[in-house]
Design a protein around this ligand. Structure first.
Ligand code: SME
Length: 162
């Protein structure tokens, strides 16, 4: 499946990232593009760290609505990736014990932290409807994307809560 991550796709991502639109709009367009163009990306979204709290809030996404709009660090695949500050690849969610289900169709998931000033300021989260779809090509593409979206994620962070 690595043949989807072409230089052409990279160029399209760069164009969207540098477009004259708000940071939220640009992130939403990234979600739409990648959910559309990568066959095994059935749900593509961003979670944003709530400043001052060890909690993630749902940000822009493309796919079915999810009930998981707030996720504490440590809970589910998203929360574990935030706590450990590393990419989490789950090739079969049926075999994962700390997992928050969004839909019965989801079979696998990859979560990549977005860093800003050395801390996790958000995450890229992808659900797939097939088992074992992710390769090293996904990790490389998404970790590079995480670096490139970091200023936009930082921009849409909500104000610190009491
Ligand atoms: N499955 C995630 C929850 C978020 S949804 O995939 C959109 C998890 O276990 O953290």
């Amino acid at each position: 499946m690595s043949d989807v991550f072409t230089p052409e796709l990279d160029r399209e991502v760069d164009e969207l990232l540098s477009a004259h639109a708000s940071s939220g709009t640009r992130l939403q367009r990234i979600c739409n593009l990648l959910a559309d163009r990568v066959p095994h990306y059935d749900w593509f979204g961003f979670y944003i760290t709530v400043p001052g709290r060890r909690e993630l809030a749902l940000g822009p996404f493309s796919g079915e609505p999810t009930e998981h709009v707030r996720i504490p660090f440590g809970r589910g695949i998203c929360g574990q990736a935030a706590e450990r500050e590393e990419t989490f690849v789950v090739q079969d969610v049926g075999a994962a014990d700390n997992y928050l289900s969004c839909s019965i169709h989801v079979k696998s998931e990859i979560v990549v932290p977005v860093f800003g000033k050395g801390t996790v300021i958000g995450e890229i989260d992808i659900d797939s409807h097939v088992k074992e779809p992710f390769t090293e090509a996904d990790t490389l593409f998404l970790e590079s994307l995480a670096e490139r979206v970091s200023p936009l994620v930082s921009d849409i962070m909500p104000p610190e809560e009491e």
